[in-house]
Design a protein around this ligand. Sequence first.
Ligand SMILES: C[S@@+](CC[C@H](N)C(=O)[O-])C[C@H]1O[C@@H](n2cnc3c(N)ncnc32)[C@H](O)[C@@H]1O
Length: 306
Amino acid sequence: MTEDPPTSRPTAVDQPTSGPATEDPPTSPPTRSPTALTPPTSGTRQKTPWTWSSDPYDPYDPYADALRTGRGPLYLRRRDGWLLPLEVERWCARADAVDLEALGRCEGAVLDVGCGPGRLVAELAARGRPVLGIDVSRAAVAHTLRLGGQALRRSVFEPLPGEGRWNSALLLDGNLGIGGDPHALLSRVGELLCPGGLLIAETVPVDVDERVEVRLVSGAEVADADEGVFPWARLGTPALSRHARRLGWRVVDQWTAGGRSFVVLRSRARRRTRSASSSAEPPNSTAVISHQRAAKPCAERPVADS
Ligand SMILES: C[S@@+](CC[C@H](N)C(=O)[O-])C[C@H]1O[C@@H](n2cnc3c(N)ncnc32)[C@H](O)[C@@H]1O
């Protein structure tokens, strides 16, 4: 299979097709927190507050601040006060040896889900691999574009270019937590990949299977306990393998390196019948931007590594 890379580089951060977020600020601030960032339930899209992507009119966006300086401290804070430190410095550095070991398993065109500041997208692009990062954070997408990668500001649960045709997807650095519902996330990634596509996921290096409500904090804030709260999940390798097998994924590889642990899953070689919620890209959708189509994504069969 040949891999035609997307034909041109995006020049601007793209926006979700629904919801009030716009790159050009409207003339007055939104009165409510926007948009749909959680998994659809029973085919409907839920509205939730901003999560990693703060309201652009709120001057306090700890994630954007951290990405700007390239430094923490930044944590996911659980309601009970437990703090999960986030490795901002590592995310803002170049891909390291442990990352490269994971990236070396990629096949064909790669979708980096929750690409953050873009070190993985930049590394894959530099190696000539067709790759697109998606992230709900405007700061993350802008950072990825600055590194020379392609990225869209889009939730994984919104319509995306190349649905059903990506050869590989990445869920690294804890991104299995996105949406707080591993079943919904794995199902969605299965829709994005071609049949027999590859998911490379990073798990928590202990045996945990946890759904939590968290918010992003830098440590100093005294905020309303409910403000900015969003669902997140933490899965160790056994839990991911269990969830994935139930959905028809096959575990094809797993390893640990540098204190991090990884699992490679392969999706079903054939699709099951499409469910109502699988139509994230509606007919006649304008969400797929022609110049950003995932280049060749899988045609009829999984792509052998190039
Ligand atoms: C743990 S950080 C990942 C860091 C990233 N992998 C890197 O290389 O720097 C989680 C990322 O997922 C993004 N995210 C959260 N919810 C998302 C969603 N529904 N769709 C896409 N990205 C999302 C966040 O904005 C954040 O950048």
